[in-house]
Design a protein around this ligand. Structure first.
Ligand code: ZN
Length: 493
């Protein structure tokens, strides 16, 4: 009891001291113009059906990009895109998935007849978001991780013939990123979805059952007539049933021995995918700017990043309320509070809304190829999935102690949310905007939130799971941290 009282007194004493350091009453007032009500409104808008799930390249995505640009303009930001526009354009092929998809297991009976098991959309399978269009029927060959790596003496295809057959493979690699860079890096390229798809097609497989979980993911290549599907446990178990092999044992052996365990399961399946590919798609980042007032520091940039895109339809709309309408909403809250309250910023602050994060992080690459301000004078605060739970997590926070100190200080002074940081294990794999920036040496922290139900890349990532209060707190945190960063007299990197 006494301890608690003492702690309480210490906290009460500490708050005003920190408050004085970080800003005056006007700044606090501006911070409190950010409201969960407004932020929720931005999420509701982005998840509206008229934007069709915001798949980059589609008219729905571009319509949403124009809405965001319109808000930036109204609040008084300056456009930072191509030729004085709000948009930074890039090529982005895309694929639409239609409802007429299916996955069927054929089970022959002794009398020559047979049964068919039809699997369920979402709970058991999801169409491959960049699958070719058509129907394939064939024997299923289990091909481990689907990796051919002669330099590592490893080939999942060395002892099986997959020509004209359908392969069942795992995601990732036998060695995981958590094993550390020395062990994982040799497997890096092979762990890409695109590498696995290309390798399967090169070996003559006609289709692929990808043990990735029944979730949508357009971060893959399109190969004409190559059909694939994402599946969960039920199907994997059905395919292993009766083969005399235990699934867990087989995968465990591959991981421990680093030797393939491929075999023909002799099971026959039909995969039907109904898709349409658009090779000439164009997409854009949306860029709004608040220019720094200081003649020298104004040449440095604090970038607030959040991807605007999501998965489109697969084959119903996937709203992407948490991933990533929530982060765009938080970014908008910060932009509006800074712009409308005319907060003085010595460094330049760039609001960078990425397209095509879900399609191999193409929008972030487009920005890095043609940055608005020098990358060696930029830092990135990125957000991905910040609309659920009660706790804030910062990937790579521990890798950039200077940036991290601003975040921690504001949280300790005003926000008081559970906040944690880690070292970033992604190794530049194209699965997060910040990873692209980290790969070229831009100090980047990427925020997400956790602590309540989350649904990843499925239609249930909708408004029902959003907790507006965490968005408000993160937006207020970033607002104050960005002001402090932009006006700091010491270097940010
Ligand atoms: Zn995301």
């Amino acid at each position: 009891m006494k301890k608690t009282m003492l702690l309480l007194i210490l906290v009460l004493v500490a708050v005003p001291g920190n408050g004085q350091e970080s800003g005056d009453a006007a700044l606090l007032k501006a911070m409190h113009t950010i409201s969960s009500h407004d932020l929720m409104g931005y999420v509701i808008e982005q998840t509206d059906e008229k934007y069709e799930g915001r798949l980059t390249g589609t008219p729905g995505y571009q319509m949403c990009a124009e809405w965001l640009a319109g808000e930036f303009e109204e609040w008084g930001l300056a456009p930072g895109g191509d030729d004085g526009s709000w948009f930074q354009w890039f090529d982005i092929p895309y694929t639409l998935v239609y409802p007429d998809c299916g996955l069927t297991l054929h089970m022959p009976l002794k009398d020559g007849s047979g049964l068919q098991k039809h699997y369920r959309y979402i709970s058991e399978y999801m169409p491959g978001s960049t699958s070719g269009n058509g129907t394939v029927t064939g024997e299923v060959v289990y091909a481990g991780y689907g990796i051919t790596a002669p330099e590592l003496g490893y080939d999942d295809y060395s002892k099986v013939d997959v020509k004209g057959k359908i392969i069942l493979i795992e995601s990732e690699a036998p060695v995981s990123p958590s094993a550390g860079p020395e062990k994982f890096n040799p497997w890096y390229e092979h762990s890409f979805h695109q590498s696995k798809l290309a390798n399967a097609a090169a070996h003559g497989a006609i289709g692929m059952i990808y043990n990735y979980g029944p979730i949508a993911n357009p971060n893959n290549a399109y190969i004409e007539d190559f059909i694939y599907v994402h599946v969960g446990d039920t199907i994997v178990r059905d395919i292993f049933a009766g083969t005399g092999l235990n699934y867990e044992t087989v995968v465990g052996e591959i991981k421990t021995t680093l030797k393939p365990r491929s075999f023909n399961t002799k099971k026959v399946v039909t995969v039907k995918m109904s898709t349409q590919h658009f090779p000439d798609g164009r997409g854009s980042n949306v860029i709004g700017v608040l220019s720094g007032s200081d003649p020298e520091l104004g040449k440095e940039a604090v970038i607030i990043g959040a991807h605007l895109d999501h998965l489109g339809k697969c084959y119903e709309i996937i709203p992407g309320a948490n991933d990533n309408a929530s982060a765009v909403a938080v970014m908008m809250g910060v932009a509006r509070a800074l712009a409308e309250n005319k907060i003085t910023l010595k460094r330049t602050v760039i609001f960078l809304s990425f397209g095509a994060e879900e399609q191999a992080i193409v929008g972030a690459k487009a920005y890095l190829d043609d940055p608005l301000m020098p990358l060696e004078k930029s830092v990135l605060l990125n957000m991905d999935g910040v609309g659920i739970g009660h706790s804030i997590r910062a990937a790579a926070g521990l890798d950039f102690p200077v940036l991290w100190s601003f975040i921690e200080e504001v949280n300790n002074s005003y926000i008081h949310r559970p906040l944690s940081a880690n070292h970033f294990p992604n190794h530049g794999r194209p699965r997060l905007d910040a990873a692209r920036f980290l790969a070229v040496g831009v100090p980047s922290i990427s925020f997400s939130t956790f602590g309540s139900a989350n649904y990843y890349h499925v239609p249930l990532d909708n408004l029902d799971i959003i907790k507006p209060e965490i968005m408000e707190d993160l937006a207020q945190l970033l607002f104050m941290a960005v002001v402090n960063m932009a006006n700091s007299s010491s270097p940010l990197r």
